[in-house]
Write a protein that binds this ligand. Structure first.
Ligand code: GDP
Ligand code: CA
Length: 321
């Protein structure tokens, strides 16, 4: 499964219930460096969620978190000009979370790859899946704004709440990035590839921008099945519509399926699930050469999420070549 942060992690909770062997290819385009620490928001969200450490209320970061270090840094930023530019006040750096970033920074500084760092972190968290970064090369999604500015995706998303319109995205470093060890092999040797209801542009789209990964999806013998992150013309949580409109894709379940495209005609997916409220989109998606059903796609609880995952596996069985 390819995964972003919150949407991918929640879906994985349900998929894991089904008892399959799961390899997760995580988005690293959200990664950023703060105070010399490389932070990997989507990998950490998957690891903390599946490892039982996520804040249920926030959906990111640690449960029972405190922010004493962040507050102390803010005091430096307020009083010392040279500190202000180093410390993004909008980024929620929690005290417990910081331990992850510190130990990751130390290993990266020693030359350990991000894959190996992630494996080591998961030794503690035991997520019950193999979590691989899409790439060991540092990549970052940057956003071109309508007012001419270019900012890191995190700044646009977290600080600006995507309120200034985006006109495009660039995955900086992607042209030099190759898939991390095991990623292409996982995609080409698995029984089913799943695109969960993660953000199609800045989560799944960024993973696909890493050289070799889209080709692996096109060539694998496994069926590739996606679940719509758009329900009734809106992202369930978050602001994915702001990302879709920036790349000229309508915020509908059918338009996202069309954006991925049918593998039979050079695209990436064989099957697509839309929510029951989008039942009328099923025929349109089928007209693109993509097998399609409707099902309940709201990840309201573990049971509902596991049923979504089972529906994706069932659809894979239908389209298996
Ligand atoms: P992020 O990296 O934290 O933004 O998480 P992802 O990219 O993995 O997933 C975010 C996407 O999940 C959002 O754009 C929503 O469209 C989608 N999403 C969130 N909750 C639900 C849900 O209950 N059902 C469905 N179908 N999609 C959801
Ligand atoms: Ca993300």
């Amino acid at each position: 499964m390819l995964s972003g942060g919150i949407g991918g992690a929640r879906f994985l909770m349900g998929l894991r219930e089904l008892g399959h062997d799961i390899t997760v290819v995580g988005n690293t385009g959200d990664d950023l460096t703060v105070l010399g620490l490389r932070i990997c928001p989507d990998l950490d969200t998957v690891m903390y969620t599946l490892g039982g450490g996520i804040s249920a209320e926030r959906g990111w970061g640690r449960e029972a978190e405190s922010f004493r270090v962040r507050d102390e840094l803010a005091s430096y930023a307020a009083g010392v000009e040279a500190a202000a530019e180093l410390i993004p006040s909008w980024f929620g750096l929690g005290d417990l979370d910081l331990a992850t970033h510190l130990i990751r920074a130390q290993w990266l500084a020693e030359g350990v790859t991000l894959s190996e760092v992630t494996r080591r972190l998961c030794e503690r968290w035991q997520p019950g899946v193999d979590l691989l970064p899409a790439t060991d090369t540092a990549i970052e999604t940057h956003v071109d704004l309508v007012d001419g500015r270019r900012v890191h995706f995190q700044e646009w998303w977290v600080r600006m709440h995507a309120e200034v319109a985006a006109i495009g995205f660039e995955v900086v470093g992607a042209s030099d990035a190759t898939a991390a060890p095991g990623v292409v092999e996982a995609i080409t040797s698995c029984d089913v590839v799943i695109l969960p209801p993660s953000n199609p542009v800045v989560s799944v789209g960024v993973i696909l921008a890493v050289r070799g990964i889209a080709d692996a999806l096109r060539s694998t013998a496994a069926p590739v099945i996606g679940l719509s992150p758009i329900i009734g013309g809106a992202p369930v949580r978050g602001m994915a519509d702001a990302c879709l409109s920036a790349i000229g894709v309508e915020t509908t379940a059918a338009a996202v399926a069309h954006h991925y495209g049918a593998r039979d005609s050079g695209g990436l997916i064989d099957g697509w699930l839309v929510d029951d409220v989008d039942e009328r989109a099923v025929d349109e998606v089928r007209s693109y050469g993509i097998a399609c059903h409707s099902a309940p796609l709201m990840m309201t609880d573990l049971g509902a999420t596991a049923a979504m995952a089972q529906a994706a596996i069932d659809l894979a069985g239908e389209v298996r070549r």
